[in-house]
Design a protein around this ligand. Structure first.
Ligand code: PLP
Length: 321
């Protein structure tokens, strides 16, 4: 199979530069005297949406440089990463394998249906097997079934992912320099938080990147906690910066769970006012978290917030939205 040309790095940087910061119509923020701008990364590509566009870019180049024609990664039934990977693989002529948690259901989710239609091979692994997927037997099974592949971790969360999301942070820096109070984004693995913080890092700047965790048990402390994963990610790239903070408590019951009624109501109101859509797994929780902090006067009047819409709108289909 011939690989068609990947997007060049110049074209990638230009795409990042071309996402504008839009003023957000939000009466709550107005009432609190806080300016809110939003970067609509959901608009960067129809299928390779939001932060996944950034996280995949250098992974695809690394695969190509390694001479690999097949990509393999991991995810759940509504994974934005699997969806983006399948779309990118189709566009650029890679073979793709998606290792999916759970038994193959009678009816595939809309996400997996699309991924399969785009040519991704779906390999289902029971939940207990999946937990052990680092184990050599799964690895050996995948190799003997699919041959050679370039492996991308779940969510695209590796140093190439950080290299890509650093471009997002740098693009914001060029747009606002240090003239902002907080940059806010939703966090799963926090790989994007690390990249964005690295791109925005300026010694002496007070600007902080706030990562709203969508996980119930992300626990800031401890070896398994998201905070230590962040340090680990940072060490893997050498960009050890201190301009970030994790915000917990706005996960709405946990990852991918049905939204609580108050959060769902908030989502509809926010969408009506802002005139764009949120996704139910990530961006709604960041916006909900920002709303709760605004109500508590977390930011003084005159503050300037930048929200990153990390995309993922295809995931609405799993929630009948
Ligand atoms: C994957 C995803 C995230 C989380 O990104 P991490 O780098 O894992 O923190 C946030 N928002 C959306 C819409 C996503 O699809």
């Amino acid at each position: 199979m011939n690989l068609i040309e990947l997007l060049s790095e110049d074209a990638f940087l230009t795409k990042a530069e071309n996402i504008s910061l839009q003023p957000l119509n939000w009466s709550l923020a107005r009432a609190k005297g806080v300016e809110v701008l939003i970067r609509r990364e959901d608009l960067i590509d129809e299928y390779v949406s939001g932060n996944k566009f950034y996280k995949l870019f250098y992974n695809l180049h690394a695969a190509k440089e390694a001479g690999q024609k097949q990509l393999l990664s991991f995810g759940g039934a509504y994974s934005n990463h699997i969806y983006a990977l399948a779309a990118a693989a189709k566009t650029y002529g890679f073979n793709a394998v998606g290792v999916i948690r759970g038994e193959r259901p009678k009816q595939l989710s809309a996400t997996l249906r699309d991924a399969e239609a785009w040519g991704m091979k779906l390999h289902f692994v029971s939940r207990s097997d999946y937990r052990e997927r680092g184990a050599e037997d799964l690895s050996a099974l995948l190799s003997s079934t699919y041959g050679e592949f370039f492996e991308i971790p779940e969510g695209g969360a590796n140093s190439y992912g950080i290299q890509g999301t650093k471009v997002l942070g740098s693009a914001i820096y060029r747009q606002v320099k240090s003239d902002y109070t907080s940059v806010c984004l939703a966090c799963g693995t926090a790989n994007t938080l690390v990249g964005v913080a690295a791109g925005l890092w300026q010694v002496g700047s007070d600007g902080k990147v706030l990562g709203f965790s969508v996980l119930k048990d992300s626990g800031i402390d401890g070896a398994q906690g998201l905070g230590s994963q962040i340090i680990h990610h940072q060490k893997s790239t050498g960009d050890v910066t201190s301009n970030w903070r994790l915000i917990n408590g706005f996960h709405g019951g946990g990852y991918g769970k049905k939204l609580p009624a108050d959060m769902l109501k908030f989502m509809h109101e926010f969408e009506r006012e802002s005139k764009f859509k949120l996704d139910p797994v990530y961006t709604v929780k960041m916006c909900w978290g920002v709303a709760q902090l605004l109500k508590k006067d977390y930011w003084p009047r005159g503050s300037r917030l930048i929200l990153i819409h990390t995309g993922g709108l295809q995931g609405r289909r799993g929630f009948n939205l």
